[in-house]
Design a protein around this ligand. Structure first.
Ligand SMILES: [Zn+2]
Length: 253
């Protein structure tokens, strides 16, 4: 169950990066918050949040037992126990009546719990403000409807992804010349895709020419890879994420 939380946490990082969302404070805390807020809007999501909180607490205890005084206070994640209380606070804050047991049974100290309903409201509103420019009209309408319909808290709407960019045609299909090993069979198309992406971004006028030449050039590139690239260079290219960084694989040291 806690892995579902991890999925939302990682999706939060991706969303932050993709949409360039403004965030202050620790990003790790922010995406924990978003994951929790989203889960609390979903049927059964509260159970996932609870499972994640429990996992954080266990992780925290285990680390403390093994690291003792060498605890990683420098870590970009908050300590396991802190994450435990943060998730619990939002769970309680979202619904103090239903989740009263968290306080009554001593999981969430009263000292913290008293601020949680306000905290939940603020964080929920903050995330709505941050994400609002990216919502589709449909979602905005559904928020308006919720606001007009009841006097309860507006719900954090389901996050919709931005429209996909039009699919890029992939590299033309070219037969790999005989004798080209698996490392080159992977590294060469990977590098050419990165080059193509660079062209799309920085020199779209040259794209047609590139696509036209590729079927004739590609077999040669494969052969060059096979004959001249070192194993380290093949690996380096395959690990690169942009054509520019792949380029550094060939710089003499
Ligand atoms: Zn993270």
């Amino acid at each position: 169950m806690a892995t579902i939380f991890t999925f939302f946490h990682e999706a939060g990082h991706a969303l932050r990066a993709q949409l360039n969302l403004p965030i202050t404070g620790k990003e790790e805390d922010a995406v924990d918050e978003l994951a929790t807020l989203l889960l609390l809007e979903m049927p059964q999501g509260v159970y996932v949040a609870a499972a994640a909180a429990e996992a954080f607490q266990m992780m925290g205890k285990k680390k403390r037992a093994s690291k003792g005084k060498k605890m990683a206070f420098w870590d970009d994640h908050s300590l396991g126990e802190q994450r435990f209380y943060s998730v619990l606070c939002l769970m309680y804050g979202a619904n103090p009546k239903t989740n009263k047991g968290l306080v009554d049974k001593g999981y969430l100290p009263k000292e913290r719990a008293q601020f949680c309903p306000e905290d939940y409201k603020n964080k929920s509103r903050a995330w709505q403000t941050i994400l609002k420019p990216h919502f589709t009209d449909l979602v905005l309408k559904s928020i308006a409807k919720q606001k007009g319909g009841t006097n309860t808290q507006p719900k954090l709407p389901t996050v919709t992804t931005a429209p996909k960019p039009p699919a890029q045609p992939d590299l033309p299909k070219v037969e790999v010349p005989a004798g080209v090993g698996p490392a080159c069979q992977q590294a060469v198309p990977h590098m050419l895709r990165m080059v193509r992406t660079l062209l799309v971004q920085q020199a779209p006028a040259n794209l047609a020419e590139f696509d036209k030449k590729l079927p004739t050039e590609l077999p040669n590139i494969y052969k060059i890879c096979q004959r001249k690239w070192t194993e380290a260079q093949k690996k380096c290219v395959l690990a690169a994420r942009t054509a520019l960084s792949a380029n550094t694989c060939f710089q003499k040291k």
